[in-house]
Design a protein around this ligand. Structure first.
Ligand code: NAD
Length: 369
């Protein structure tokens, strides 16, 4: 198969983790006779340095021309980086928001799966973890508070700022449909998270999700208020299958879910529009605190590349092989620093490795299947 993949290395650890993901894709291409062509796209802080803006029209055109885009992460340390002295719409994150909007990527999928080998890294009690959990957070990406009208002004001599949270029924319906479709392939349960006791936008959200649910009678729908969802994620994460929620709630809950899995370095993510195109990226950020040290965990980015093979290119077997290879490497005790056992745990079969070694180990494991 010939696939044109846009590659955004980005900032911080982005280039390091992308290098490992491309190595894995090349291994898969060699083994299963595919042609993966990479088109490097500048976005984020590195684009500001090179062009003065976080996202150029040319970069958008490159992304649109690709079959899928694989991305590292963008952004820097907000306290020290000069990028954050720029107005908000010129900062690295504006590039990502602009790209999502330009590609109409309205649905973000973030699996929160507890790898059995990393059970000990999960901060929850053994009785809460049980046999582990496997949920998917479906976050609306192009509407809500992050895209609403906002202003910082002065009223009666006092500084005042506001942001607005707006959704129309079409925006809610299309993400609800995606969530129910995915739930049909899984455990057939959707938990729609909102704040319907306070917000009008949430009351519309709830009403539209209920309308969509009538087309999916096999799927169980439940509604949960966002404050309760934040508690339930640490009290009983096993109860969730697909969590459907709006942009800001999803931003916060998906980070919480990432922490209960043990490491943000293990979580992949995909964003979709209505076609097969997807933007695939790790859930974590650019981790400026560890950038350049060669210790970042590349597994989330490698899993994102696997999701790209599965959802954009239909290469199920190849995606399975990547996941099997990761499990094999973890079974053999190899860990990056972020997923090392906690102090006091048994480390006799554990070997700490850096970013490049982890990538190499996964490639070698692929070659053994
Ligand atoms: P972060 O996810 O970058 O880092 C949070 C913590 O997780 C840090 O201690 C970091 O070292 C660790 N971490 C993250 N990924 C890791 C990995 N692969 N391996 C090992 N450890 C890892 O979040 P932050 O510090 O809040 O944000 C840093 C920058 O990233 C900011 O500029 C932010 O805007 C940006 N950001 C970008 C994206 C994106 O590109 N999609 C997403 C979130 C944050």
């Amino acid at each position: 198969m010939n696939c044109n993949i846009g590659v955004i290395r980005g900032d911080g650890i982005g280039p390091e983790i992308i290098t490992e993901a491309l190595k894995v894709l090349d291994t898969i291409a060699g083994r299963y006779d595919h042609n993966f062509n990479y088109d490097e796209i500048l976005m984020g802080g590195c684009s500001i340095d090179a062009t003065g803006v976080p996202l150029t029209d040319g970069a958008i055109a490159q992304a649109k021309a690709a079959d899928a885009v694989l991305m590292g992460s963008i952004g820097g340390d907000a306290k020290t980086s000069t990028w954050y002295k720029l107005p908000a719409d010129k900062r690295p994150e504006a590039g990502l928001l602009g790209l999502r909007k330009a590609l109409n990527l309205f649905a973000n999928l973030r699996p929160a799966y507890l790898f059995p080998q990393l059970k000990a890294a999960c901060p929850l009690r053994e009785d809460i973890i049980g046999d582990g959990f496997d949920m998917l957070i479906m976050r609306e990406l192009t509407g809500g508070l992050y895209f609403g009208k906002r202003e910082t002004t002065e009223v009666d001599g006092k500084r005042l700022a506001y942001d607005t949270l707006t959704y129309n029924e079409d925006e809610i319906r299309r993400i609800a449909i995606k969530s129910f479709e995915i739930a049909m392939m899984r455990n057939k349960k959707v938990t729609s998270v909102d704040k319907a006791n306070v917000l009008d936008s949430s009351r519309l959200w709830r009403a539209v999700v209920e309308e969509v649910a009538t087309d999916f009678p096999q799927v169980t729908l439940e509604h949960m208020l966002v404050d309760n969802a934040a508690m339930q994620l640490v009290k009983d994460p096993k109860q969730f299958d697909v969590i459907l929620t709006e942009n800001m709630f999803g931003d916060i809950l998906s980070d919480e879910a990432s922490m209960v899995t043990g490491s943000i370095g293990m979580l992949s993510s995909a964003s979709f529009n209505e076609s097969k195109f997807g933007l695939y990226e790790p859930s974590g950020g650019s981790a400026p605190d560890i950038a350049g040290k060669g210790i970042a965990n590349p597994i989330a980015t490698i899993l994102s590349a696997g999701m790209m093979l599965r959802y954009s290119f239909g290469l199920e077997l190849e995606a399975d092989v990547i996941e099997k290879a990761i499990n094999n490497v973890l079974d053999r005790g190899f860990r990056t620093i972020d997923i090392m056992p906690m102090p006091g745990e048994d480390t006799s079969n554990i070997t700490q490795v850096g970013t490049v070694d982890m990538g190499d180990l996964i490639c070698r494991a692929i070659d053994t299947f």
